[in-house]
Design a protein around this ligand. Structure first.
Ligand code: GRG
Length: 312
């Protein structure tokens, strides 16, 4: 069975075996990542060991799965966008490695294991993050050489991804998040705004850039590289925006329930009940974008439910 038919095969049945779909996609992504990453034995060994250790074993692989699902929904073969899907996971992993550093979140653990700087030292963790990001753009450009992928579409996507994760996207959102934290670094104006002054608009702007832009661009990349129509690209991007915001709210609810006290979050500002209502509304909005795809949109409906129900 070809990968292109996977999505439609799954949705044709009365019951979508969502878990099997996720597992199959994760296997595909992990195999491709393993092929694209330099071997640990390649000098300088330590950087390649650090990169691989940050990537394997992986997390949910949500971002590349979204890209592959978007390609399939617009009726194309997801195999041909595997380099882009892997690039999106490399970018996500770089952001986690850097976010865990002592200068940022100072987390000793990631996915139940020592974080990259704990295992390899800060110097190598910084460089491993840089190397993951650099390799991502190598893969993005190489995707243009795959059969059935238009070079212009590849160029468009490289720009879209760069903007989604730059200072007007993920990095900008992270900087504003830092500014709003009590313990900000000496480089950032301390306590730039007070908690009571943080509006819903400000918090959504941070979430949109810090978390949702990358998730949105995963869907957009799949839709554009898969040759989707303008209407399909817009619908999938809209879906991505909504689940991206929902994803961050879930993460903040989980942190709040785990006793973590972060200030500029939905639960801290609006309480748990209102946060859950907002979450449900975002999931509803996300699903409403999928109606143009009919049955083919079922997988992404399941992804939206998966995000909403994750541990809450
Ligand atoms: C430091 C460059 C840089 C960016 C910082 C994205 C980000 C901005 C930091 C990562 C930490 C964070 C709290 C991100 C919010 C999004 C989030 C909850 C990421 C965790 O993603 P999952 O749950 O992770 O998909 P897995 O382990 O499944 O891959």
């Amino acid at each position: 069975m070809g990968t292109s038919s996977l999505c439609s095969d799954h949705v044709r049945g009365r019951q979508v075996d969502f878990q099997a779909y996720l597992d199959e996609k994760r296997k595909l992504i992990d195999k491709a990542l393993d092929e694209y990453l330099p071997q640990e034995s390649e000098p300088p060994e330590i950087i390649h060991r650090a990169m691989r250790s940050a990537l394997f074993p992986g997390g949910k692989r949500l971002r590349p799965i979204l890209a592959l699902a978007a390609v399939e929904i617009v009726g194309s073969d997801s195999q041909k966008v595997l380099p882009t899907a892997c690039a999106l996971e490399l970018i996500h992993t770089y952001s986690l490695v850097h976010d865990d550093l002592p200068a940022l979140d100072n987390d000793d653990e990631r996915r139940g294991r020592p974080s990259c700087h704990k295992a390899f030292g800060e110097d190598i963790a910084i460089l491993a993050g840089d190397a993951l990001l650099t390799l991502a753009f190598d893969l993005l450009s190489r995707n243009g050489e795959m059969e059935g992928v238009k070079k212009e579409a590849t160029l468009v996507i490289i720009g879209e991804i760069a903007r989604a994760i730059g200072t007007r996207g993920m990095i900008g959102g992270q900087v504003d998040d830092l500014k709003s934290a009590t313990e900000s670094t000496k480089h950032v104006e301390k306590k730039a705004f007070k908690l009571e002054e943080v509006t819903q608009q400000q918090i959504e702007s941070i979430h949109r850039r810090k978390t949702a832009r990358l998730i949105e661009v995963c869907l957009k990349a799949g839709a554009i590289l898969g040759g989707g129509s303008q209407r399909e690209i817009e619908a999938l991007s809209g879906y991505g925006q909504s689940i991206g915001l929902a994803f961050q709210i879930v993460d903040d609810i989980l942190d709040a329930q785990g006793g973590e006290k972060r200030e500029v979050t939905y639960p801290a500002l609006f309480g748990l009940e209102k946060s859950k209502q907002k979450l449900a509304q975002l999931i509803k909005e996300a699903k409403s974008q999928l109606f143009i795809f009919g049955e083919k949109g079922k997988i992404l409906e399941e992804v939206a439910d998966f995000i909403m129900n994750r541990g809450i």
